[in-house]
Design a protein around this ligand. Structure first.
Ligand SMILES: [Zn+2]
Length: 83
């Protein structure tokens, strides 16, 4: 009995693999979210998945805040706070 995988099955597996977490981001475009510092106005593009991890600690609807690498202040998502 042969259980060799056909090409279709293989690519299905590949797609499934790609849809799972891709720690190297080799095959996916990395989305970034712009954060802006409330103190010094420094802007920083943070990869989406990093923001997602911060979001895990937040309640729904609560804003993600990260620490400014420039001044140590609080950075918030720029798009929610235009200007
Ligand atoms: Zn700052």
């Amino acid at each position: 009995m042969t259980t060799r995988k056909g090409p279709d099955e293989l690519s299905e597996e590949l797609v499934r693999w790609l849809e799972e977490e891709d720690p190297f981001g080799l095959n996916e475009e990395i989305k970034t979210i712009t954060f802006v510092c409330k103190e010094c106005r420094e802007e920083d593009d943070v990869p989406d998945f990093v923001v997602g991890e911060f979001r895990l600690d937040k309640k729904k609807g609560e804003e993600v805040e990260i620490q400014c690498p420039n001044c140590g202040g609080t950075m918030i998502q720029a798009r929610n706070n235009p200007k």
